[in-house]
Design a binder for this molecule. Structure first.
Ligand code: HEM
Length: 182
C-alpha cells in the first residue's frame, strides 16, 4: 500500500486525537511493523501495517476499528481534493465523481503509480441514486465508505449511504447504495 495512505493516516491521528497519540500507537505497534513506523509518500508498505496501527488506535481510544477507518477515509478524501484537484473539478456532483472512480480516477492513479493495488467498483446509476459495489483483496470497505462521505463534503451535498455486506464480515466486498438528497 502506498506510503501516502500511511502518512495521511498518521496526520489524521495527530489532528483528530493528538501528536502524542500518534507516537504512542506507532510505539505500541512497532514490534509488528517492518517499516518501524516511519513512512515516506514514495514508499510502499504492507497493508497489514495499517491494520496494526488502527488496532492500536482502537485500543487506546476505545473507538471501534471500522469507525476509525471510516473517519480516516473522510480525512483522505479531503486530502485527495487538495493533492489531486482536477479529478474533483471535472465532476459536477458527488455521484458523478464516485461513478468515475473505477473507470477513470483509479485508472489514472495506476498510470502514475503502477505498483498501486486498487479495489474494483461495479456501478449502476439511476437518477439521484448510485449503486457502488466494492471488491478488493484487502478488507477496506470502511475506508471506501469514508471516502464516499468525504467526497460529499467536498461537493457540499447530503448523501444517505446504505450498505450490504457481501463478505461475511471480512470487509472486502460491500454493496453501497448512495442516494443524493440534493
Ligand atoms: C481523487 C480521488 C482519488 C485518488 C487520487 C485515489 C487514489 C488512491 C490511491 C493512491 C490508493 C492507494 C493504492 C495503494 O496503496 O496501493 C487508493 C486506494 C483506495 N481507494 Fe482510491 N482514490 C481516489 C478516490 C477514491 C474514492 C472516491 C473511493 C471510494 C469510493 C476510493 C476507494 C479506495 C479504497 C477503498 C482504497 C484502498 C485499497 C483497497 O480497498 O484495496 N478511492 N486510492
Amino acid at each position: 500500500m502506498k506510503g501516502i495512505v500511511f502518512s495521511e493516516f498518521i496526520e489524521m491521528v495527530e489532528e483528530e486525537f493528538s501528536p502524542q497519540m500518534a507516537d504512542d500507537i506507532i510505539e505500541a505497534a512497532s514490534a509488528k511493523l517492518d517499516s518501524g513506523g516511519s513512512y515516506t509518500s514514495v514508499g510502499v508498505y504492507d497493508h497489514l501495517e495499517l491494520v496494526e496501527l488502527v488496532t492500536e488506535l482502537s485500543k487506546a481510544s476505545g473507538v471501534e476499528m471500522n469507525e476509525l477507518v471510516t473517519t480516516f477515509g473522510t480525512h483522505l478524501a479531503g486530502r485527495f481534493a487538495e493533492i489531486y484537484p482536477s479529478f474533483f473539478e471535472k465532476a459536477e456532483s458527488t455521484l458523478d465523481f464516485l461513478e468515475s472512480v473505477d473507470n477513470h480516477i483509479h485508472v489514472e492513479v495506476l498510470k502514475l503509480y503502477p505498483e498501486a493495488e486498487l479495489p474494483r467498483f461495479k456501478t449502476q446509476r439511476t437518477g439521484n441514486q448510485l449503486m457502488m459495489e466494492y471488491q478488493s483483496k484487502r478488507p477496506f470497505s470502511a475506508l471506501a465508505k469514508g471516502l464516499i462521505q468525504g467526497s460529499a463534503i467536498y461537493f457540499g451535498e447530503q448523501l444517505s449511504v446504505e450498505e450490504v455486506d457481501l463478505s461475511n464480515g471480512i470487509g472486502n466486498h460491500m454493496r453501497f447504495t448512495i442516494t443524493s438528497q440534493l
